[in-house]
Design a protein around this ligand. Structure first.
Ligand code: FDA
Length: 303
């Protein structure tokens, strides 16, 4: 019953007025400005956590927008370097033009990576839906040959990912492993919860056992536990991997991992285009979406 209610709640989110969504989404986003992002990174650093900064905005249709996003990343890189805070950047390939023209995306990324490499900052390409998986991997591998401090993401729900890892291991790529957030057809994606966890654990194990750096991005205790088992079996040092979590999700798990001596990085999105990102996060957490609906229908908090 509650899962049917959750499904209804989640599917009604597009009809909820933006100011109300914003109230609940604010935990997932640092704010609209670079100063907001820096304040969040500073607070995380005080906890012992590192950050990766995402300038919100994806699937753009105009070349000018991609250049504006690229320039915003340059400002972010300068600000990170000037602040001395432990942060790097995550870039969505479609935000810099991958869906318009792969050459445009590559040129924008090259400008970002050149600046980052001058400043000694790592750049990761996020992974979006399956229409751009291959293009993103090719983009990342091309950049990696020119800028060693470049990484990418693989999604454990895609059937192809365990094999894709071979190419990334051959390039000694730093890979973020996550479950995957987009809705993909069964033909190409594992659907069972346990199957996705199994795929996640196998990928983490394969990447770390090959001696490559893995970013284990999850809030799922079973994925964390299985990664810890691999780390223990391989006797890895804390500088050979890191855990990653999203801003606003499970601060208790974050603290636990930090206190146990693991490196942990928080994904810090900021910018005016907060809506699409926030709705994805709310869909992952129907209990928060439920608060939104209760507020709309004039009921108080549900707990
Ligand atoms: P799961 O969704 O099962 O969550 C486990 C538990 O975490 C839940 O029971 C809940 O308690 C808590 N939780 C999870 N999401 C929550 C939320 N939004 N609000 C509150 N609680 C929540 N995906 C992708 O396709 N491409 C990418 O590039 C990235 N990048 C990325 C970076 C980082 C740092 C992280 C942590 C995640 C991503 N993702 C991503 C998203 C990822 O694919 C996945 O959708 C989410 O991490 C949720 O999966 P979990 O492994 O956390 O498990």
């Amino acid at each position: 019953m509650s899962s049917l209610f959750d499904t209804l709640v989640v599917s009604s989110l597009p009809f909820v007025p933006k100011p109300i969504v914003k109230t609940f989404a604010s935990r997932y986003v640092a704010g609209e400005t670079l100063d907001d992002a820096l304040a969040t990174i500073r607070a995380l650093a005080a906890e012992g956590a590192m950050a990766t900064v995402d300038v919100l905005g994806e699937s753009v249709t105009h070349r000018d927008q991609t250049v504006a996003t690229r320039d915003e990343y340059l400002r972010v890189l300068d600000a990170i370097a000037a602040s001395g805070l432990p942060a790097n950047v995550s870039v969505k390939p479609t935000a810099v033009g991958l869906a318009i023209d792969p050459v445009l995306a590559r040129e924008n990324c090259r400008v970002i990576c050149a600046k980052a490499s001058q400043l000694g900052i790592f750049v990761r390409l996020d992974m979006e839906d399956s229409s751009v998986t291959e293009a993103t991997l090719q983009l990342a591998l091309g950049l990696k040959s020119e800028f060693p401090d470049t990484g990418v993401v693989l999604q454990a729900y895609l059937r192809r990912s365990l094999t894709d890892l071979d190419r990334l291991i051959a390039a000694r790529m730093n890979v973020r492993i996550c479950k995957g957030i987009y809705i993909e057809p069964r033909r190409i994606a594992w659907k069972g919860h346990e199957t996705i966890i199994g795929s996640f654990a196998a990928m983490v194990d394969k990447h770390l056992a090959a001696g490559c750096y893995a970013a284990v991005a999850t809030h799922d205790e079973e994925c964390v536990q299985r990664a810890l088992a691999t780390i223990d079996r391989l006797r890895l040092r804390p500088d050979q991997y890191e855990f990653q979590m999203l801003l606003g999700v499970d601060p208790v798990l974050r603290k636990t991992l930090l206190e146990a001596g693991h490196r942990l990085r928080v994904y810090v999105p900021f910018g005016r285009d907060w809506y699409a990102y926030s709705v994805r996060r709310l869909k992952e957490n129907p209990s928060i979406a439920r608060h939104i609906v209760r507020r709309i229908v004039g009921l108080g908090p549900s707990e």
